[in-house]
Write a protein that binds this ligand. Structure first.
Ligand SMILES: NC(=O)c1ccc[n+]([C@@H]2O[C@H](COP(=O)([O-])OP(=O)(O)OC[C@H]3O[C@@H](n4cnc5c(N)ncnc54)[C@H](OP(=O)(O)O)[C@@H]3O)[C@@H](O)[C@H]2O)c1
Length: 294
């Protein structure tokens, strides 16, 4: 290879690697707690995993919390732990966000909050198995929880956030948004919705002080794979390096809020994977290979 060509190739590879791995600091400024008017974060799916971790890290940053999930006793235990550790106020709402009554209850509550700074739409679950054989009610529940709930809660939060010119909305998506594999039709489709929703909402909110993020984790150690839906899934068959820790995922997400990366993929491994899947020819070849195993 001639010297000039080699120099261009090295420069291109360096720029490519730099743009892939750089995480500019977020422009969402975390403020010291004001005891007279503390800011509030509302987190759905806070009873375990990634949602509970958002609760811990947002409490540590001095925000009061509204914790939402179906398991009331889990929420109460977490609220007691975080109030004692950080002196923040924690409210719990036991609600099923896949049902109209539960969603309407949380939506109405958001409209009453006059200092909501952070909304984390995190509640979610997966199923395994082809759509043709899947329980229709469970699939409808997934679409309601992953699509309708984040949309309605974001819409309820936006008027206050835009009026105050301050807010962050995190929609917990997945790298599944970039994958097409058998057995995951609605999981993939609903997470792809969250990515498109977040990117388009951020365009609408440009310059308002409201930042939107679609967080796209890969495999993360939580209770996600411990449900009856994943009875035949064996986490140990995936090597340890593929597993992220919820604490790292959430820390990176919060640090990156408002940094221009609306689609935010935590971890170098999954950034490379998503970059490859989004590459025109290579991406579709990889997808077809993956489909063979699905
Ligand atoms: N773990 C992973 O490998 C991974 C990877 C990529 C993306 N994600 C995404 O991360 C998010 C959080 O999942 P996780 O990994 O932390 O799993 P998790 O530990 O199973 O937590 C899921 C949370 O969602 C809540 N939830 C489920 N159905 C609900 C409903 N109908 N109404 C209200 N809350 C409901 C659960 O609470 P209750 O059961 O108490 O209601 C729980 O708090 C999900 O959106 C998931 O798709 C996970």
């Amino acid at each position: 290879m001639r010297k000039g060509t080699a120099a261009v190739a090295v420069t291109a590879a360096t720029v490519g690697a730099w743009s892939l791995f750089r995480t500019p600091p977020g422009r969402f400024k975390w403020q010291p707690r004001d005891p007279q008017a503390p800011e509030v974060a509302l987190i759905t799916g806070a009873s375990s995993g990634i949602g509970a971790e958002y609760a811990r890290q947002l409490a540590a940053r001095g925000l009061d919390l509204v914790l939402v999930a179906r398991r009331q006793e889990r929420l109460a235990a977490l609220a007691a732990e975080l109030s004692a550790a950080h002196g923040v106020a924690c409210e719990n709402i036991a609600a099923d966000l896949a049902q109209e009554a539960g969603l309407a209850q949380v939506e109405a509550h958001i409209r009453t909050l006059d200092n909501l700074a952070v909304l984390v739409n995190n509640a979610g679950f997966g199923t395994v198995g082809r759509l043709v054989n899947a329980d229709p009610a469970r699939q409808q529940e997934m679409v309601a929880l992953h699509v309708m709930a984040p949309m309605r809660l974001a819409q309820a939060a936006l008027p206050g956030m835009t009026a105050r010119k301050r807010g962050a909305i995190v929609n917990v998506s997945s790298i599944a948004a970039y994958v097409r594999m058998r057995g995951t039709v609605n999981y993939v489709a609903t997470k792809a919705y969250l990515n498109a929703f977040s990117e388009t909402l951020q365009i609408e909110q440009r310059g308002t002080g409201v930042y939107v993020q679609a967080l796209c984790p890969g495999f993360t150690r939580t209770e996600f794979h411990a449900t009856p839906d994943y009875a035949r899934f064996e986490p140990a068959q995936y090597p340890a390096f593929m597993w992220l820790q919820a604490g790292d995922v959430v820390r990176q997400s919060l640090d990156a809020l408002g940094n221009g990366q609306v689609i935010f993929v935590p971890g170098a491994l999954y950034r490379v994977l998503v970059a490859l899947l989004r590459t025109p020819v290579l991406g579709s070849a990889l997808m077809q290979m993956a489909a063979l195993f699905g």
